[in-house]
Design a protein around this ligand. Sequence first.
Ligand code: APR
Length: 240
Amino acid sequence: MDTARGWIRTCRSLCVLTGAGVSAESGVPTFRGPQGLWKEKDPMSLATPEAFAEDPKEVWEWYQWRRQRIRGCAPNPGHAALAAVEAAKPDFLLVTQNVDGLHRAAGSRRVAEIHGSIWVVRCTGCGAEREERDDFPELPPRCDGCGGLRRPGVVWFGEMLPREESDAAMEMLSRCEVLIVAGTSAVVAPASGYAALARRHGARVIEVNPDETPVSGICDATIRGKSGDVLPALCYPRSS
Ligand code: APR
């Protein structure tokens, strides 16, 4: 922990990759843990363009249920620590797979939401896209401009990542001195390959996760613990 803290404190360019585990302590269910979201609903059969084409109402019922659950969740000390360390770094990017918006709510600004946002809604007809946080009275919601079907502004399995966010992530991973990988099972591409990419460019990689993951073996430091405890210890200067 001290060595990893030293790398973070002394580096100029810091990249952070987060997954659902960073939001777990805020009460947002993860996808693949023992209490995972996958257990309650099978997102593999819901978070896909095919599922939406076949039954947009059911897909929306699942997203409306997730929006309702996330709406009551607040950022936790792990989110706060990442917002704090960003302010101390001239060159920083937080790449998140999370769609809950809790990093921005905690004050993070240099954020690349590579899987989109559950608060954004996009018309499949005219492309009109905006953030809407309230529940929809009617599911699936229709576009008030063209009457088209509106979809959640998230990346589904088999879809491309948003170009701007993906490019920003790749650019930062090719030059960062340190990469923190926190709260991700590292099984979904392309994010699952980001640790290896950063390492190839000479970055030191620090993993924060209570469990072993497929990238644990290539990390320079693996800290087994909850991100809400570990990230503040890693990112805040020692109190003494
Ligand atoms: N602190 C840190 N890590 C935690 C915590 C915690 N408190 N609790 C759980 N974890 C870890 C789990 O051990 C697991 O490795 O967080 C990880 C959560 O993994 P997933 O549920 O698979 O979430 P994620 O890696 O973000 O999934 C990637 O898959 O379904 C798609 O698009 C979805 O963005 C998601 C992507």
